[in-house]
Design a protein around this ligand. Structure first.
Ligand code: NAP
Length: 268
């Protein structure tokens, strides 16, 4: 892949994208990073073999796609810092929760912009990202942005109004699954499994259930009913979850995350 990508901010999400790109076969000399500290730049160069620098003038020019992966509150400063170094036809892909296309385009006037919301399974090429297209973005620039996001998972172009929901569902979603895994492992240990055995069974159960969801085309309700015989063990467990308000809890959690995404985008 000859497209040059610069990732600005290599924390949890930025690193997931860099690692995902490299794992998908992107050449190391096609991936650069703009970071804040010379120490981190040196570490990235050593551990991942990519060019990393603290100066926008070194890594931004010549980048076809510039991914902004800093915290929402840092986005305006970062955009002001890179603006003068962007090529006219580069596309800027922001992954910052809540930060709107309008706010990005008010700083990067006339620049191609895509607002996206990926998630950390990008590290293993299993991410999913929603992407909303800016006002000055051509189809070719959108394709370039998508090619970067697709290197690390599935991508769907969506109306921007849905992106806070995407943030709350799939951007945040891995944490819901990991919390479930933690709780299930602790419960398994209390039921007599060793931690090693509990982890093996919980991890593989989540992986297997995920594969069933994505590969059979059978929806969650039917897959669940296949595990649930009347009067059986699953029915007993699901009864407790339903009675204690599991669905309402999930709905409240997703609503809280979407609200927080909107607040972050507003600079709160
Ligand atoms: N984590 C997720 O699962 C996830 C999922 C989807 C989207 N996102 C979005 O991704 C963005 C980053 O989140 P995160 O969880 O990866 O946060 P994070 O781990 O805190 O990473 C942010 C990184 O940005 C760096 N940074 C800050 N200012 C910078 C600057 N001026 N120039 C270069 N680098 C700078 C920070 O460096 P220092 O450490 O030196 O401050 C840090 O390495 C957020 O906007 C978030 O909404 C995250």
């Amino acid at each position: 892949m000859s497209l040059n990508v610069t990732v600005v901010g290599v924390g949890a999400m930025g690193e997931a994208i860099v690692r995902g790109l490299l794992a998908s076969g992107w050449e190391t000399d096609g991936v650069d990073a703009l970071v804040r500290s010379p120490d981190q730049a040196a570490r990235l160069a050593e551990s991942l073999g990519i060019r990393a620098d603290v100066e926008p003038g070194v890594v931004i020019p010549g980048s076809a796609v510039v991914v902004i992966a800093v915290k929402p509150k840092n986005v305006p400063d970062v955009l002001h810092g890179i603006a003068a170094h962007l090529d006219r036809d580069s596309v800027v892909v922001s992954v910052a929760a809540g930060v709107t296309l309008d706010s990005i385009e008010s700083i990067l006037v006339d620049q191609a912009v895509v607002r996206s919301m990926p998630n950390t399974p990008a590290i293993v090429g299993e991410g999913v990202a929603g992407a909303a297209v800016g006002h000055h973005t051509t189809d070719a620039q959108l394709e370039q942005a998508i090619s970067v996001l697709e290197a690390v998972g599935a991508v769907e172009v969506l109306d921007e109004s849905v992106l806070d929901a995407v943030t709350a569902v799939s951007g945040t979603g891995p944490a819901y699954v990991f919390l479930l895994a933690e709780a299930l492992i602790e419960a398994a240990i209390r039921e007599g499994m060793s931690r090693r055995v509990a982890e093996t069974f919980v991890h593989q159960t989540i992986r297997g259930a995920g594969h069933l969801l994505t590969e059979t085309g059978v929806g969650a309700p039917r897959l669940r009913s296949q595990v649930t015989s009347p009067g059986g063990t699953t029915a007993a467990a699901v009864h407790v979850l339903e009675e204690r308000g599991f669905r309402a809890l999930v709905e409240d959690a997703v609503r809280a995350a979407a609200k927080r995404a909107r607040e972050l985008g507003a600079g709160e």
